[in-house]
Design a protein around this ligand. Structure first.
Ligand SMILES: Nc1nc2c(c(=O)[nH]1)N[C@H]1C(S)=C(S)[C@@H](COP(=O)(O)OP(=O)(O)OC[C@H]3O[C@@H](n4cnc5c(=O)[nH]c(N)nc54)[C@H](O)[C@@H]3O)O[C@H]1N2
Ligand SMILES: Nc1nc2c(c(=O)[nH]1)N[C@H]1C(S)=C(S)[C@@H](COP(=O)(O)OP(=O)(O)OC[C@H]3O[C@@H](n4cnc5c(=O)[nH]c(N)nc54)[C@H](O)[C@@H]3O)O[C@H]1N2
Ligand SMILES: [Mo]
Length: 762
């Protein structure tokens, strides 16, 4: 980009940023976050407790941790997540009395959360259009009463955002199932659902199979559709080390992301002092948005061609024979797929794909890691199948240094699933609940996120409870979702800071403030810790030590229990006993889920324990007892876009956490102080007659769908593949129809929306 940057016109807020990711600028940004949000030394010192065995689990991401003895790992965005929670600002009842909900709806997402931590339970008062303080008991009684009065438990949606601890999520799902609902829309439905659905079909479990030790031993990393310097910053240390060992790193991403190109490790004194950096990607393939199936098929086709030409070591024949099923059908499909089609749909050259196949054929231990750029597509589940096909071809499961690594989003989204937050109940879960609590929940499938929002829009669902998060803002199509929320009979949000979803108050609405991870949680038997599961299936404890933001906060687990007791006076669950001592919740978890045997002992070993992952022992819990090659007929779903449309990817800036906006900079992409931009390829711009800095409108261009528009963006020339454009989430969600997504997993295709870019009218 920088070579022609000088010839481009000046655009406010767009300044070339040429440094490697990390380095001094990351330290400075951390210092700024601390200065802006925290002003007591005790709180600043708490940062050093992040991810230590005696400290709290970082709420920033779900990347694994090194051995328990390791020192504090520096991470700019982890520090931002912590400072955002430990801020000294407060959203008090006085604040809410002074601002009507209508007024607050006009504030930006950034301004809303920046008010600070919620301090008291609140109830919406329609007469004054304000949230008013309400005593906890009154809030619980009101919610219980409203839930009991609803004629059908399945008319209530129970949303979970992935920060909730194992203990809180477990109690929540037990409560919901005893109440009689099976509706569990959750944030996992929006990020890794294709993994949860597709991976079990392929290898018998819906989780990643690698550990951090595997990264020390791998010979090749293939990294698809994620932006680790921003979203999984602790992963940068791992990639940096692998690069230092000379491991090739192949990147598939439409955008050139700085952190995937070069990284200066703030932990490395020499690099910091000399201004040095390390290359991350050895091969950077700028795939077209939505072109990953085509790219993977290209790599696999090349592999088959090497094999057919006599290089039989290109495939792991013994593994395919002993452990898999369906290889021939996949090989036939690849032979029948033409290179010109692969090149057109992937946007990549045959030579680029063949070079990757050569690297892959030479590697004895390959890890594929992927994020949302790979999952949030109409072909999300098919993408997972294809990448597993690739790994199976060379036996990359059940040996050191090899495997699959889906990057989970929220710090405990994987744990939420493990302890039973799922709209698809399975027999072992129902048996376990019956064994432990003496009731058998319904086996019926409930609503996932899209189905839940559809039911709210259609008026079939009457109430929404949100354990964290900002459901309405996270979903596509706010034009439909926002007004529908306000028609609900009851909304309840358990959160730490005010956000837009809280303001979309239904007829009766409560906002209940909870403790964050960093804060001391004291119950009847004393100071409690909670547990979480990271992307590597490691379960470990997290202990908050800070003084709570307000004496009126309660833990998420205690709030769930309060609602449950008020809703189900004859509950079979001993709520008070469980809340008094979280060890008892963990005993119940171990009773329902046999993988958690001896939970309370094993969790006290520093570093915690790993849940079983059968594919790492080459055990395949699939119907055939083998790993399954899966055919996908085709290369992409391009046909659903109107002719001439481009593919829009909605992405995160460096200064946001999902719907939480920390500030308006996106340093690594050279954007400062604004978010109203659309990144475009210069050839696409030339073809459309759009210049760098021009005002444009985006219009959805899906066949048979009504077009919605996002007006007044500034077009920014960027190093992005042809045919692809990118803009920020959540602003761009107006362009995405609710049901635009993967039919198999239900995930919205947030990364692949056909759009037109139009010059803004006068
Ligand atoms: N600081 C911070 N940390 C976070 C979060 C946050 O918002 N802020 N969010 C958390 C959550 S919940 C999640 S799920 C994760 C998200 O972590 P990521 O998966 O890294 O999320 P995105 O920013 O959405 O980035 C996706 C990447 O995919 C690329 N991409 C877009 N379209 C395509 C495509 O068609 N093919 C390919 N191969 N790539 C594509 C984009 O260019 C971008 O680099 O991070 C977690 N961690
Ligand atoms: N267009 C587009 N849309 C997307 C995505 C995308 O890539 N593109 N990504 C999707 C993904 S991956 C996700 S995960 C969703 C995010 O969806 P959510 O998880 O619903 O959203 P967050 O922004 O993480 O939630 C922020 C709120 O959580 C609350 N909170 C913070 N910490 C805590 C805590 O410890 N406990 C509780 N109870 N509450 C807390 C605060 O009140 C804060 O306002 O968005 C999805 N939407
Ligand atoms: Mo996510």
């Amino acid at each position: 980009m920088s070579d022609h940057a000088s010839s481009k016109p000046d655009v406010p807020g767009i300044r070339p940023y040429d440094h490697a990711a990390g380095g001094w600028d990351a330290l400075l940004a951390t210092a700024r976050a601390i200065r802006d949000q925290m002003d007591t030394p005790e709180v600043v010192a708490s940062l050093l407790e992040t991810n230590k065995p005696t400290g709290f689990d970082c709420p920033g991401c779900a990347w694994g941790d090194r051995s328990p003895s390791s020192t504090f790992q520096f991470c700019e965005n982890g520090a931002k997540a912590v400072t955002w929670e430990t801020t000294t600002r407060r959203a008090t009842p006085d604040f809410f009395a002074a601002h009507t909900v209508t007024e607050l709806l006009g504030w930006s997402d950034y301004a809303l959360e920046d008010v600070g931590r919620l301090t008291h339970p609140l109830k919406y008062d329609a007469a004054t259009d304000t949230y008013r303080q309400v005593p906890w008991d009154e809030a619980f009684a009101g919610i219980g009463d409203a839930l009991r009065r609803l004629p059908d438990p399945n008319a209530v949606e129970f949303y979970t955002s992935g920060r909730a601890s194992n203990e809180a999520s477990f109690l929540y799902q037990i409560f919901v199932r005893e109440y009689g609902s099976g509706n569990f829309p959750d944030c996992s439905n929006m990020c890794q659902e294709p993994t949860s659905v597709g991976l079990p079909q392929s290898i018998g479990i819906g989780k990643g199979t690698v550990s951090l030790d595997d990264f020390d031993r791998c010979e090749l990393i293939i990294s698809i559709g994620h932006n680790p310097a921003t979203n999984h910053p602790r992963m940068m240390g791992t990639l940096w080390e692998a690069s230092g060992r000379g491991v090739p790193i192949v990147v598939l991403n439409p955008l050139r992301e700085r952190g995937l190109e070069r990284f200066t490790d703030p932990q490395d004194t020499i690099e910091m002092m000399t201004g040095g950096s390390r290359r991350i990607a050895s091969n950077y393939l700028q795939v077209r948005a939505g072109g990953d199936v085509a790219a993977l098929k290209g790599i696999m086709k090349a592999l088959i061609e090497f094999y057919d030409a006599g290089a039989t070591e290109a495939l792991d024949h013994d593994f395919i024979q002993q452990h898999t099923q369906g290889f021939d059908a996949v090989a036939d499909d690849l032979r029948a797929t033409s290179w010109p089609d692969i090149e057109r749909d992937s946007g990549l050259g045959r030579d680029e794909l063949e070079s990757v196949a050569e690297l892959y054929a030479r590697s004895n231990a390959t890890i594929v890691v992927y994020g949302l750029g790979f999952t949030q597509h109409n072909t999300g589940t098919a993408n997972i199948h294809q990448v597993v096909n690739l790994l199976l071809m060379r036996g990359n499961f059940g040996k050191p240094g090899a495997g699959i690594c889906p990057l989970r989003g929220h710090s405990n989204v994987q744990g939420n699933r493990t302890v039973g937050i799922t709209e698809k109940p399975y027999p072992a879960l129902l048996d376990g609940i019956e064994r432990t609590f003496g009731f058998r929940p319904s086996a019926a499938q409930g609503h996932d996120a899209v189905a839940a929002m559809r039911a709210i829009i259609d008026g079939r669902s009457k109430a929404l409870i949100g354990l964290g998060g900002s459901f309405a803002v996270a979903m596509p199509d706010p034009g439909q979702c926002f007004p529908a929320m306000r028609r609900l009979d009851l909304t309840v949000f358990i959160g730490t800071k005010p956000n837009r979803s809280h303001l979309l108050a239904g007829k009766t609405s409560y906002v209940l403030p909870c403790l964050g991870r960093t804060e001391r949680d004291v119950q009847a038997t004393g100071h409690q810790f909670i547990t979480v599961e990271d992307s590597m299936s490691m379960v470990h404890s997290s202990l908050g030590r800070l003084e709570p933001a307000s004496p009126d906060l309660r833990s998420e687990a205690a709030i769930v229990a309060g609602i449950a007791k008020a809703t189900l006076p004859k509950s079979r669950v001993p709520w008070d006993e469980l809340i008094a001592d979280y060890d008892r919740i963990r005993d119940a978890i171990a009773s329902v889920f046999t993988d958690f045997g001896d939970f309370n002992t094993r969790i006290r070993v520093p570093g915690g324990f790993r849940l079983p992952l059968p594919p790492t022992e080459r055990i395949w819990n699939t119907p055939s007892g083998r790993a399954q090659f899966m055919v996908f007929d085709g290369l992409s779903e391009d046909s659903q876009g109107k002719p001439g449309s481009l593919r829009l990817s909605t992405i995160r800036s460096h200064s946001q956490y999902n719907t939480t906006i920390y500030n308006l900079d996106d340093r690594y992409r050279s954007v400062f102080g604004r978010r109203d931009v659309v990144f475009m390829n210069k050839n696409d711009m030339a073809e459309l007659g759009i210049g760098h800095g021009d005002l444009v409108d985006l219009e959805t261009a899906i066949l048979d769908a009504t077009a919605s528009r996002l007006n007044g963006l500034t077009a920014v020339e960027h190093d992005i593949s042809r045919g692809s454009v990118a803009s920020y989430y959540p602003e761009a969600n107006v362009l995405i129809p609710l049901e635009w997504g993967d039919k198999q997993s239900g995930i919205p295709a947030y990364k692949s929306v056909p759009v037109r870019v139009l010059r803004a009218g006068p």
